[in-house]
Design a protein around this ligand. Structure first.
Ligand SMILES: [Mg+2]
Length: 201
């Protein structure tokens, strides 16, 4: 893995939310049980496959869990520091998440965070689709080669790769499972500053 973001200038950073910027007590296993989603299936894709009435019900269960988790969420160490660094360097920031707009608004209010673009699952078909990252690039007005994405899950990395955006895997728990899908791996958010800071000269 390289040390720096060489070749192109970083003009924007796209962050995943849950597990990347915030630690949220969202319990996917419990939600899956409640809505009878098979454990190996992804929740959103499962819900989308349901018929209307069942689909609406499952979505309500999911959103209410997301809202509760958002209220109890905690920022990971280094988030504010990284945001200040990016602001100082005039690097734009976006959130691309599979979470709902309702939960994301709660998180941003609670932790006093603001972003130049915010793409939730209501805005574009969610990751691992490249679509929300492409939308982020358009909303930020930044070419994809000048963007970098940060996430904790394979969907973040797969979506980034499909969109032609370089990615950083953040693994707070030391999970290295997906690192072959990422351009860099860090074990704390602060480390991305080192990647984004241009080499002198
Ligand atoms: Mg995540």
């Amino acid at each position: 893995m390289r040390d720096k973001f060489n070749g192109e200038v970083v003009k924007g950073v796209i962050f995943d939310l849950d597990g990347t910027l915030i630690k949220s007590p969202l319990n996917f296993k419990k939600i899956k049980e409640k809505i009878q989603c098979p454990s190996e299936e992804s929740i959103l894709e499962y819900i989308n496959s349901l018929k209307e009435e069942k689909r609406r019900k499952a979505l309500r269960v999911l959103i209410s869990s997301e809202v509760n988790a958002a209220r109890d969420s905690k920022l990971y160490p280094g988030v504010k520091e990284v945001m200040n660094y990016l602001k100082k360097r005039k690097i734009k920031i976006a959130i691309v998440t599979r979470n709902s707009r309702k939960a994301v608004d709660i998180v941003l209010n609670k932790h006093r965070l603001s972003f130049d673009a915010l793409i939730t699952r209501e805005d574009a078909s969610p990751k691992p689709s490249a679509k929300p990252l492409i939308v982020a690039s358009e909303l930020l007005g930044i070419n994809r080669k000048n963007l970098i994405s940060v996430g904790d899950y394979k969907y973040d990395l797969i979506a980034s790769r499909k969109a032609g955006i370089k990615s950083i895997l953040v693994t707070y728990e030391g999970n290295q499972e997906y690192q072959n899908l990422a351009d860099w791996r860090v074990s704390s958010l602060r480390e991305i500053i080192k990647i984004l800071t241009p080499a002198p000269g």
